[in-house]
Design a protein around this ligand. Structure first.
Ligand SMILES: *Cc1c(COP(=O)(O)O)cnc(C)c1O
Length: 390
């Protein structure tokens, strides 16, 4: 049958009908182990009863009112996010790219208020910030930009995890107003910077009056073993964006701001028709409650450590495995050759994984993954890696 979907994705030959925790089932009731969670989205697993209940109950009452009125669930969600993050306020939208758009607008407004007419933002090589025009311009991957010039101006690109390059760039350009950076690069290959990278960026931002803007769209909501990855560094950013796991699959994005940055946007300056609607916010509130009640964020640390130490043991004789790295349940296994073919080979074994930056297998299992599922994941994948590199 001819598909009438724009072919923007190279899709795998499988369709899922339903899910249950870390399992997905196709129409023939074959089950697949999901070690990707819909790209870091379904951290509570599929069909979580608390999320299901929250959506059902809210949809019986009210799905949408627009932001012309106060929305109770949105107020509650903002309270909860502010408490958990140490930030001051929140703008709600519907995706990661939109959350970053809000951050980029904040930075530009910050510049204009200080008399900088052409404000620019420092961004990193291999970064990923989304597919809208501004966010793809901020993204450090030529493939994402190819064919879409003219790009949005005002981004200065430097290497990731390089403080000297950052300071040099700041000194060379009086128009720089902000740094936009992922605490761990996800799409760029699960790149984990030095432990004190964010602390040093924070100091530079303080010294030169720049906004530190952290893209926590993939790292946030417990994925790395803290609610937000910057909490490993005991710093606070000025702006922080979230999306992916926040609604466990119900679309929602958030741009959190603090201090002066939280006062930059006033009535009429930014908006979203759907952003923060009652349905999405109720789902997100349920997600945050479950994460707390079931201690899932602490479990991400312990499960991530187990998965990586067992993988390291199982693959220690395989000379084609360059590196196994992780923070919580954000895991990268880097090989010495392109390995995107592994995605299909794993699918044949009923395991869902992903490959980024051509040579890094990326695992983003749901935080609720259990020990048996962890063992199955390690068994299938280490055997596959050994066969693939033979
Ligand atoms: C996924 C992702 C985005 C884009 O989010 P969308 O919801 O797809 O727009 C932005 N930044 C990072 C770090 C991401 O992982």
């Amino acid at each position: 049958m001819i598909s009438h979907i724009m072919p923007t994705y190279g899709r795998l030959p499988v369709t899922f009908e339903r899910g249950e925790g870390a399992w997905l089932f196709d129409a023939n009731n074959n089950r697949y182990l999901d070690a990707l969670s819909g790209i870091a989205v379904c951290s509570l697993g599929h069909a979580h009863p608390a999320v299901h209940k929250a959506i059902c109950e809210q949809s019986k009452k009210l799905i949408h009112t627009s932001n012309l009125y106060k929305i109770t669930a949105q107020e509650q969600l903002a309270d909860s996010l502010v408490k958990k993050s140490g930030m001051d306020n929140v703008f709600f939208c519907n995706s990661g790219a939109e959350a970053n758009e809000a951050a980029i607008k904040l930075a530009r407004k910050y510049g204009h208020e200080r008399g900088i007419e052409k404000p620019s933002i420092i961004v990193m090589d291999k970064s990923f910030h989304g597919r809208t025009l501004a966010t793809l311009s901020a993204t450090g991957n030529p493939k994402v930009q190819q064919g879409f010039a003219p790009l949005v101006e005002g981004f200065i690109r430097i290497p990731y995890n390089d403080i000297n390059a950052t300071e040099l760039a700041i000194k060379q350009d009086k128009n720089i107003v902000a740094i936009l950076v992922e605490p761990i690069q996800g799409e760029g290959g699960v790149n984990i910077p030095s432990d004190d990278y964010l602390n040093k960026l924070r100091s530079l931002c303080d010294q030169y009056d720049l906004l530190l803007m952290l893209d926590e769209i993939q790292t946030g909501v417990g994925r790395t073993g803290k609610f937000l990855a910057f909490q490993y560094n005991a710093i606070l950013p000025d702006v922080c964006t979230m999306a992916k796991a926040l609604g466990n699959g119900v679309p929602i994005g958030a741009c959190l701001a603090r201090g002066n940055a939280s006062k930059l946007l006033t009535a009429g300056m930014h908006g979203s028709t759907f952003g923060g609607n009652p349905l999405a916010c109720s789902a997100a509130l349920a997600v945050l409650i479950v994460m707390d009640e079931d201690n899932l964020i602490e479990q991400a640390i312990q499960k991530g450590n187990v998965i990586c130490s067992v993988f390291t043991e199982r693959l220690k004789k395989n000379m084609h495995v360059v590196d196994i790295r992780h923070k919580g349940l954000m895991i990268g296994i880097e090989l010495d050759k392109p390995c995107s073919d592994l995605v299909k080979l794993a699918l044949d074994q009923h395991l869902l994984i992903n490959v980024t930056n051509e040579t890094t297998i990326r695992l983003l299992p749901p935080l609720i993954i259990d020990n048996q599922q962890i063992n199955l994941l390690i068994d299938i994948l280490s055997t596959l890696i050994d066969e693939f590199t033979k």
